[in-house]
Ligand binder design. Structure first.
Ligand SMILES: Nc1ncnc2c1ncn2[C@@H]1O[C@H](COP(=O)(O)OP(=O)(O)OP(=O)(O)O)[C@@H](O)[C@H]1O
Length: 336
């Protein structure tokens, strides 16, 4: 099973520019989480802080007992081996074919024989649907294929935590749907803890167990998907409905006068859309192990959530056992 990532009071600035402050959240072990936020709110900076590539001034990022912000570099390097990273552009070496690109971390960080490397690489290439393309250069394939190759490379060291930075950027809606399914299938087969940074509303609505959003240098919210997807918070509903009405402006946040003018001009604040069901794993893969764990965790915290989220959770899990907390919840494979 994947490893929990605990973020406590994280604050990051570059010189005098504060990116975000006092960010606290826990990525539950083996579950899929999404971080949303308008452009420039520091989502990539957040991912880089999780793996210790950037050092926040305050706070901690705890992974297996190591603080990725402050522990000795040797411990951070060791803990970093638990992570698989998929960057926006795939970050492939242009002069290497896909096989060598994907084999790179194995050749760099392990002493495995070439025959073993071939086995692992071909397995991962198959998992992301790129069999037959392993001899191609990154320049000879589409953006979607490059992303899948980047994902395959992120997987070769069997990471327990997978971070994906905008897996949908530059993809058409159909390719984005395939990537969404791939991410869910990946979670099913690996049970890794996953964090996906995205602007994509379809991914946000259908892939994660948990969601958060960064805005105005703060974490607006982080929790079970139902909390954010039913939120009445103006910035959240504006983002989720892709509306011009609300605190997010074109290049920066709107000022108070603009917001007041919108309100007096009769613009109707966007309402949250109806919740759509989460994606299921592809046929034959079985159920995600995260589903039963998440159900137990979320039902345990139900009382602490906003009313709209409670209602959504009750209806998605079926009212009866949710209303009767003494019922023992099935660990795996239970009706839900
Ligand atoms: N190494 C760095 N040095 C200085 N400033 C940086 C550095 N890295 C990022 N920034 C600044 O941090 C801010 C947040 O950047 P980041 O790329 O994390 O945003 P984002 O939310 O991922 O944006 P997008 O959704 O457009 O990818 C930006 O203003 C960026 O210029």
């Amino acid at each position: 099973m994947g490893i929990e990532v605990k973020v406590e009071g994280l604050t990051k600035s570059f010189g005098r520019q504060n990116i975000w402050q006092d960010v606290s959240l826990t990525l539950p072990a083996g579950e899929v989480s999404v971080m949303l936020g308008p452009s420039g709110t520091g989502k990539t900076v957040f991912l880089k802080s999780l793996i210790g590539l950037l050092k926040p001034e305050h706070g901690r990022v705890l992974v297996n007992g190591v603080d990725m912000a402050r522990s000795p570099e040797r411990d951070i390097m060791e803990a970093r081996k638990l992570f698989g990273l998929m960057f926006q552009d795939g970050a492939l070496f242009g002069s290497m074919n896909l096989f060598d690109n994907i084999a790179f971390p194995l050749r760099e960080h392990t002493k495995k024989k070439e025959s073993e490397i071939r086995r692992i690489v071909m397995e991962r290439i198959d998992a992301v649907g790129l069999l037959g393309s392993e001899g191609k250069l990154p320049g000879e394939i589409s953006g979607g294929m490059r992303k899948r190759a980047g994902l395959a490379r992120a997987l070769v060291l069997d990471p327990q935590i997978i971070l994906c930075d905008e897996p949908d950027s530059g993809l058409d809606p159909v390719r984005t749907a395939f990537i969404s399914q791939l991410l869910i299938d990946l979670n099913t087969t690996t049970d890794a803890t996953m964090l996906i940074v995205t602007h994509n509303l379809d991914i946000a609505a259908t892939v994660p167990d948990n969601m958060g959003m960064l805005f105005r240098r703060h974490l607006v919210t982080f929790g079970p998907r139902e909390v954010l997807l039913t939120s009445q918070e103006p910035v959240v509903s504006q983002f989720l409905t892709a509306s011009k009405h609300g605190p997010i402006g074109m290049s920066e946040e709107k000022d108070e006068a603009t917001l007041a003018a919108e309100a007096s001009g009769g613009m109707v604040a966007p309402q949250p859309k109806a919740l759509v069901p989460q994606l299921q794993p592809s046929p034959g893969l079985g159920e995600r192990a995260a589903v039963a764990r998440r159900r137990e965790r979320v039902l345990g915290m139900l009382d602490t959530l906003p009313g709209t989220a409670q209602e959504a959770i009750r209806s998605s899990y079926g009212r009866q056992d949710v209303l009767a907390p003494t019922v023992t919840l099935p660990r795996r494979g239970g009706a839900s």
